[in-house]
Design a protein around this ligand. Structure first.
Ligand code: ACO
Ligand code: ZN
Length: 177
């Protein structure tokens, strides 16, 4: 796990076969590697400018994982959204998990957990009331990951994905904010 709470600096995440994995903030030069992982691991692809605008606006919570050769094998990105609060006319900030993925050979080594733990601390600095995300109802491993982080299914978004699959809307309240 992390040896440094400040995501400006790198830290090391131990993996099962002792290959050293480094987690750090994404830089513009890393975006091609991020996009490569996304296109291999997820059906939801985004244009380059989308990644770039997330990086420009929310750089502290855009993290990558790379191996000792510098190959990017995972990423996570968040954005902050203003949403009308249920019981008042005011707006509240939500931290929205836009996307996370880890390359297949590197899964089940705690890399996504490490990416989540560190990026959640970073996005929280935007005075958010909760963490939110959508996940395919069939995405067992991701749902298990989010449940491990205490996310709860708040609702189902019908036909959320282009292929018609439903999404679980999962949320985690921030109590001390
Ligand atoms: N089966 C059951 N539980 C799982 C699985 C699985 N295949 N994978 C992860 N988990 C759960 C377990 O509780 C695990 O803890 P444990 O290993 O101690 O049992 C916990 O999640 C943490 O696992 P990590 O090793 O940290 O997760 P990993 O690095 O393997 O990455 C991820 C998980 C990101 C979901 C990976 O499988 C992946 O990249 N999948 C394809 C992309 C994807 O689906 N991304 C999420 C889309 S939704 C969104 O982006 C908002
Ligand atoms: Zn979303």
């Amino acid at each position: 796990m992390g040896t440094d709470k400040d995501t400006h600096s790198s830290f090391f995440s131990e993996s099962k076969n002792n290959e050293q994995i480094i987690i750090k903030r994404c830089k513009v030069k890393d975006l091609d590697g991020v996009i490569e992982v996304n296109e291999k691991e997820l059906p939801e692809d985004y244009p380059y400018f989308f990644y770039k605008s997330i990086l420009d606006n929310f750089p502290e919570s855009f993290l990558i994982a790379h191996n000792i050769n510098g190959k990017i094998i995972g990423y996570i990105m968040w954005r902050v959204e203003k949403t009308p609060s249920i019981n008042s006319l005011r707006y509240v900030n939500y931290g929205h998990l836009v996307s996370i993925a880890v390359s297949e050979p590197y899964r089940r080594k705690g890399i996504a957990s490490s990416l989540l733990t560190n990026s959640m601390l970073a996005i929280k600095k935007n005075k958010i009331k909760k963490y939110v995300l959508e996940v395919r109802v069939s995405n067992y491993s991701a749902i298990k990951l989010y449940e491990k982080f205490k996310f709860k299914i708040e609702s189902i978004k019908k036909n959320y994905y282009r292929d018609g699959e439903n999404a679980y809307f999962m949320t985690l309240d921030i109590n001390d904010g």
